[in-house]
Design a protein around this ligand. Sequence first.
Ligand code: PYC
Length: 309
Amino acid sequence: MHVIDSHTGGEPTRVIIEGGPDLGGGPLADRCALFAEKFDHFRTMSVLEPRCSDATVGALLCDPFDRTCSAGVIFFNTAGYLGMCGHGTIGLAATLFHLGRIQIGEHRIETPVGIVKVNLLSPNEARIENVESYRYRHNVELDVPGVGAVSGDVAWGGNWFFLVDHAPAPIALKNLSSLTDASTKIRAALVDAGMTGENGAEIDHIEFFEKPEHGDAHSRNFVLCPGGAYDRSPCGTGTCAKVACLAADNILAPGELWIQESVVGSRFKAQYRIGNGGKIIPSITGEAFISGDTKLVFQDNDPFRLGIA
Ligand code: PYC
């Protein structure tokens, strides 16, 4: 398997460019379902230990179904599959440029949840126009065992998020274990309360906010990802979910800039326009850097060739 590794604001992406499963040529959502049903071992082999770490988002590069697109992609991680991935799409754009497969300029990339537009601004910087995003529920109150009363919003940014304005501890690297512990408990409480996204899907990303450290940023976040790792970047889809909530509260106007800072201090610039259906279409700009060009080897006699599950 040939993979290209990159990181976007510190968050790793591993793009499989050769040696992935043959999923045929149907719509990306169908190919993602087939991947999960019949070829899940390609996911575990490529992103689980001992070959990778739980922070990494994998990306299977596919031929697009919609021929107006430059590429198709299916994102996944140590826990399963992602609808969209903002940092991963920026990493994919930098990877495709590194491979000489796209040039600076505008491209369309197909994902299982829709087509996203990518404007590659330089070899390392891309602006992603995401799928339509929206707030689904406002001020959901939860009593979370071991945490207490928590209230937050449920929003879609290409994945489902529960956004909590008050972090249970200052958002800093030294507090990662308490932030991870509290967000994991909140996610479990959402499941216990039967609270889901609009389509009945699990709300599998939890996001906390507080004041930023950088003078040019508007907010700092901590994002718990489905596998239990925290996002080192400000989380592209999470930033889009945040922008959807800010738009719903009339705090951010179309075209106005929102700079989201991550727990490691990296930043995405975000803004939105209103789509035809009245929902917002957010975009995020961030930087990605290539960090590896690797052939993964899976020996037949390796007891952990499929990964440590
Ligand atoms: O950037 O959208 C994102 C993302 C989702 C999970 C990890 N990163």
